[in-house]
Design a protein around this ligand. Structure first.
Ligand code: CO
Length: 191
């Protein structure tokens, strides 16, 4: 597999592209944007494949947004492995590049990953809970420009919110309560 994005190509915290509002992606997709989408997904595939990754030493990721490869565009690759790890299945829970996504509804109830979040663009671990909506409905365009709508809960909902944040100049630690990083209120569930 040919790989375009290696760790040295990933933009890191401090790079202004990560704090910018990304531009909408026009359709039909240009060849350049089609290739970008493919290359972003390849990063995720290789990063999750232990054998292939030995060669490239990528930090494993379930999402990679265009600003993380220096492109201020509203597109992000998402590859969430099968929900059931016991299941001997290669079918991921979600695999795709989403364009111009908008969260059209979200629950008041919150969820946070028990171990906090991480990000390919943030080298230093910033500890603390990242409370997010427990359930969201997201509307986006697929690579053909077709509008899709998807309702997500818990872990996948958190992944989508993390990635969509990247398109609006936000990083996960912006959501951490600096006074009480591991404090959690009654309406927040661990995932
Ligand atoms: Co990230």
């Amino acid at each position: 597999m040919k790989i375009r994005f290696t760790m040295d190509k990933i933009t890191r915290d401090g790079n202004p592209v990560l704090r910018a509002q990304a531009q909408e992606v026009p359709f039909p997709l240009s060849e350049e944007h089609q290739q970008l989408a493919k290359d972003m997904m390849t990063y995720l595939e290789v990063s999750q494949d232990e054998e292939q990754n030995e060669k490239y030493d990528l930090r494993p990721g379930v999402g990679l947004a265009a600003p993380q490869v220096g492109e201020s565009l509203q597109m992000t690759a998402i590859l969430i492995p099968s929900a059931d790890p016991a299941e001997d299945s290669d079918t991921p829970y979600f695999k795709g590049v989403i364009f111009n996504p908008v969260i059209v509804s979200e629950t008041v109830g919150r969820a946070a990953l028990e171990t906090g979040e991480g990000c390919l663009s943030v080298d230093e671990d910033v500890p603390g809970f990242v409370p997010r909506s427990k359930k969201i409905t997201v509307r986006y365009q697929d690579e053909n420009g077709k509008t899709q709508s998807k309702t997500l809960r818990n872990y996948p909902a958190i992944v989508f919110q993390h990635e969509i944040d990247h398109l609006h100049g936000k990083l996960y630690y912006d959501h951490i309560n600096q006074q009480d990083p591991w404090g959690i209120d009654d309406s927040t569930k661990y995932v």
